[in-house]
Design a protein. Structure first.
Lengths: 318, 512
């Protein structure tokens, strides 16, 4: 894969970056809408989350008296962290904007930086629920991060590449051509799906729709946020959801364009795959109640074991 | 008039030095506390009345009273359930309970109310003290390494009623919970003083909107006893049918909330759809979604007469309710992810339930056989309508939810039977003498009914002119709220919303 830069790659990379950012609220809204339809409700407009974001941007900000500069910079840091990671994803065009940055270790720890500032923000407001949410967020991140690292390491061993872009380049060119087993990516998908639910505050780990302060995790952290900061937090969570969905869509069936002509088909497939995963998540969320807090580690251990098995299998493949 | 709900009462107040001994004897007989309240005699002395639930195999309520002027002996050492009643008397009448273990204001907050003003005294001139800070409410503190406090409410993240919950925690486990309610005191007892009996009915039926029929029935039990009104048989049938429809919709909604709070929204939505169906049925049958003003002194309003159309509508809703509740029951008992969430959480031990004199679902889930429909039968209960006692020993969320489902099924059965046996239409709904003008009579009486949440207790005393001199209402929520502090012990804070919803106590009924 030729990673040298030219104007065409840069422009198309920027285009892909803008498109996947712009699509992020749509997928979050789609899950919400599908869930409502499963319940027999009419449901929101699929573009409702864009209107919500616009409304929040226009509103004023109320900050706690206890708040320090952390509360002011954290929303921007968290947004940029997730933007950078999303920018590394070769969602439908191989030369993603930050493709040369997309080292697997960088991805895991950039996501970690996001959690760090999110929990710092939760403590900074001096709200009792913030501390509660931050504590739980660390608890689950601590349990899910090893699995995430293993997933990326497995992909790296499997393809003998260290860059995310090269890994999916390899999978698309070789694995789908039948030269390598595609079992390993499929095993990873199970693990990644569980992590996706956990990291994005979905049922059965957390409930994104709840109004009960005491059971919240992600919502408790941003309970004190208001106005444009709340809008930024919400958008960051949509982008984080997109990151995980994009990773899954790339693992299950990478169809990545190398030339501008392929882009429309690849983009169409990308949206289709993402919508399918949204559908899956909404089904899982409709069929399961939220777990007890201390039962959730069992689920995350399963994710860890699965990714461990995948890693062992991939080593044998070498 | 039914012979039930009668009172075993020594007319004269007993000496206060004999009180503790008498209460200990009463407790030994196995009765529980129904309520304690004070009455201002107007001459500087106060009568404090104690009501105890019936003994086994008897429907007689036991009553005691003492006279007090400045202080009175606390019985909370013998009956811990008395604590909140005695704190209420301290706030409202300024009488000091001696040897009380927890002397904090209950309803009047030192943060905005002058503690020397006692609004239920007859000599209060109804001037509200200046709105400023008079003192500080002393919360219970927990100390230790890594112990922290989480204050929740009274303003919540959702649109619910105000209540303050203060958790002392170490990590997720809860070490201690202190509740502080009464943020929206409306002064209903004071408001009813001087009103006629039918005027007060309008007020009490709106105390807690979702138990309107149950609470109004308790009020009517008491007031009709004073006035000596005989209720026509057809009106009795309709009253019981309305009360059971109310029980059904309360239980359906509460089961829905259990699903809602565990994040199982599709099942919750199914219950909420059913709830809405029943509310629309209420509108059709009783011309109000919450059955306000459906019950009248002496009978029922003519708008809530049940004719052939209404019978059909009720049967239709009952049929779909039965089917949907069957499905909900299946999920609660057979879906591991649902059962796991509610089993063993929020456990209230039988001993705790006994000492706090719990009533309703909370008592029955903890193994206490308490149901006013059986213990102190009124209207058709105990005769035409036989209610079977349902209890569980576990005392957890699962037990409370299962009792709700079983009672909902039973309500469906009761309504179906009563519809089949309903006397011919054309009979009176209100006695003739009552329809022309409400009779006037002075005296006092109590009324007990089983609302969907538990026993509702009314004490009414009318003066010479027939107007109300003292009205006391004790809501099942008032009795049951303290038990939530014990239900969460040993659990984690993330389970608290489910514990709370499984009991589903009212804030409005609690805070008159």
């Amino acid at each position: 894969m030729d990673i040298s830069l030219n104007y065409e790659k840069l422009l198309l990379g920027i285009l892909q970056f803008i498109i996947i950012i712009a699509l992020a609220p749509f997928f979050a809204g789609l899950i919400h809408k599908l869930k409502q339809n499963f319940r027999g409700q009419k449901g929101i407009n699929m573009f409702q989350f864009y209107f919500n974001f616009g409304k929040l941007l226009r509103k004023g900000v109320v900050l706690s008296d206890e708040a320090s500069y952390i509360s002011i910079i954290s929303p921007y840091i968290i947004l940029s962290v997730y933007l950078i990671v999303l920018g590394m994803m070769p969602a439908f065009y191989i030369y993603s904007l930050f493709s040369r940055l997309s080292d697997i270790i960088v991805i895991v720890y950039t996501l970690g930086a996001g959690v760090f500032f999110l929990t710092l923000y939760s403590l900074d407001q001096g709200s009792p629920f913030g501390g509660l949410g931050g504590e739980r967020e660390w608890f689950f991140t601590m349990l899910s991060e090893p699995s995430l690292i293993f997933i990326f390491i497995t992909l790296a061993i499997y393809s003998r590449k260290g860059m995310l872009v090269s890994i999916f380049d390899f999978i698309q060119k070789n694995a789908l051509g039948g030269h390598f087993s595609i079992a390993i990516p499929f095993i990873l998908l199970i693990s990644l799906f569980i992590l996706g639910l956990s990291e994005n505050a979905r049922i059965p780990i957390d409930n994104p729709e709840t109004h009960l302060e005491l059971t919240m995790i992600h919502e408790a952290i941003i309970l004190e946020a208001s106005g444009k900061y709340l809008g930024i937090f919400e958008y960051s969570s949509y982008i984080k959801l997109s990151i995980f969905l994009t990773l899954m869509s790339l693992i299950i069936f990478p169809y990545i364009a190398y030339t501008p002509i392929d882009i429309p088909l690849a983009l169409g497939l990308y949206i289709f795959k993402m919508a399918m995963f949204c559908f899956m998540i909404s089904i899982v969320e409709s069929l399961n109640p939220k777990m007890r807090l201390f039962r959730a580690p069992n689920l995350l251990s399963i994710a860890f074991i699965i990714s461990l098995i995948a890693m062992i299998l991939s080593i044998r493949g070498v | 008039m039914t012979a039930s709900n009668s009172v075993d009462f020594q007319g004269e107040p007993i000496g206060r030095e004999n009180l503790l001994e008498t209460v200990a004897g009463v407790k030994h007989e196995g009765v529980y506390l129904l309520g304690i309240f004070a009455i201002d005699n107007g001459d500087g002395s106060f009568e404090i009345k104690y009501f105890f639930g019936p003994e086994k195999n008897s429907s007689t309520v036991k009553a005691l009273s003492i006279l007090a002027s400045i202080d009175f002996p606390s019985i909370s050492g013998i009956m811990p359930a008395a604590k909140i009643y005695e704190r209420e008397i301290m706030d409202m009448f300024g009488l000091f309970p001696l040897n009380h273990p927890d002397l904090k204001p209950l309803m009047l907050f030192p943060e905005n109310w002058d503690g020397t003003v006692h609004p239920l005294k007859k000599d209060w001139d109804k001037t509200i003290p200046e709105f400023k800070k008079y003192g500080e409410y002393p919360y219970k503190k927990a100390h230790g390494n890594g112990v922290f406090e989480i204050p929740v409410g009274p303003v919540h993240a959702g649109i619910i009623e105000p209540g303050h919950f203060r958790f002392s925690m170490r990590g997720e486990p809860v070490l201690q919970l202190e509740i502080r309610h009464f943020w929206k005191h409306r002064g209903i007892e004071k408001l009813c003083e001087g009103k006629t009996v039918s005027e007060a009915l309008k007020i009490v039926s709106r105390i807690s909107g979702d138990n309107s029929a149950g609470i109004s029935l308790a009020y009517l039990e008491a007031s009709e006893k004073i006035l000596g009104i005989e209720i026509p048989i057809r009106a009795k049938f309709i009253r019981v049918i309305l009360a059971e429809i109310e029980r059904l919709w309360n239980h359906v909604r509460d089961i829905g909330y259990i699903f809602m709070d565990m994040g199982y929204t599709p099942k919750a939505q199914a219950m909420f759809v059913l709830e809405e169906d029943i509310l629309r049925l209420n509108k059709f049958v009783a011309s109000h979604r919450y059955m306000f003003d459906a019950l009248q002194l002496g009978g029922v309003a003519s708008a809530s007469d049940i004719d052939i159309n209404k019978t059909g509508a009720i049967r239709g809703v009952l049929k779909s309710a039965g089917e949907k509740l069957k499905k909900a029951e299946w999920y609660i008992l057979n879906s591991p992810s649902v059962t796991d969430r509610i089993e063993l959480a929020g456990k209230i031990n039988k001993k705790t339930a006994e000492e706090l004199s719990l009533c309703g679902i909370c008592a029955r889930a903890s193994g206490l056989r308490r149901d006013s429909r059986i213990e102190m039968p009124y209207l058709l209960y105990g005769e035409t309508v036989q209610v079977s006692q349902k209890t569980f020993e576990e005392g957890d969320i699962l037990a409370r939810t299962r009792i709700r489902i079983m009672e909902a099924f039973e309500s469906i059965n009761i309504i179906q039977n009563l519809l089949a046996w309903l006397p011919e239409s054309g009979e009176d709904l209100i006695p003739k003498d009552c329809a022309e003008g409400v009779p006037v009579s002075s005296g006092w009486a109590i009324g007990n009914t089983e609302t969907p949440r538990g026993n509702a207790f009314f004490y009414i005393k009318t003066g010479e002119d027939g107007n109300i001199e003292r009205l006391k209402y004790i809501d099942p929520s008032f009795r049951n709220w303290p038990s939530i502090q014990y239900g969460i012990l040993g659990g984690i804070i993330a389970d608290f919303p489910l514990v709370n919803k499984s009991m589903n106590l009212s804030y409005a009924g609690n805070d008159l």
